[in-house]
Ligand binder design. Sequence first.
Ligand SMILES: [Zn+2]
Length: 68
Amino acid sequence: MPKKVCPICKAKAPVEQYRPFCSKRCADVDLSKWLGGDYAIPAVEPPDEFEIMEAVEAARKEGQLPED
Ligand SMILES: [Zn+2]
């Protein structure tokens, strides 16, 4: 059975509580990498301005929004 090491520091063996990391510190490092965009994360694109304007216009035409 291969000996597993922490994927962050590659040194200490992971502990059960923070698997696959050796410690909370390394788990936090990994999390910050995710949050920092070091990994490619498929993001949900917000609707762009044009789509928002179209939706507002459609709502106005249907009488759902007052004219301003
Ligand atoms: Zn580590």
